[in-house]
Design a protein around this ligand. Sequence first.
Ligand SMILES: [Zn+2]
Length: 91
Amino acid sequence: MPKKRKSRGRAKGSAGKKSIVQCSGCGKLVPRDKAKRVTKYKSLVDPMIGRELRQQGAYIPRTKETRLYCINCAVHRNVVRVRSKDDRKAS
Ligand SMILES: [Zn+2]
């Protein structure tokens, strides 16, 4: 049977079942190795005030925010994109 993707869209390898996580966008339950991980650094301070404080030499801590998206949400948010027709045909 022809395969659409070499990895079948997952990073599972020969492992059996992987733990399930909830999508941050729609709440769908997806396997951890299939979900797309996005890490953002966010400042707790308002950017305008933060800039002024930084000019005066203040250190403003950032918080790390990790989100996991299902494929539908990842495509919708441009985390991953649909490959061009030639790319899709090649592999
Ligand atoms: Zn989702």
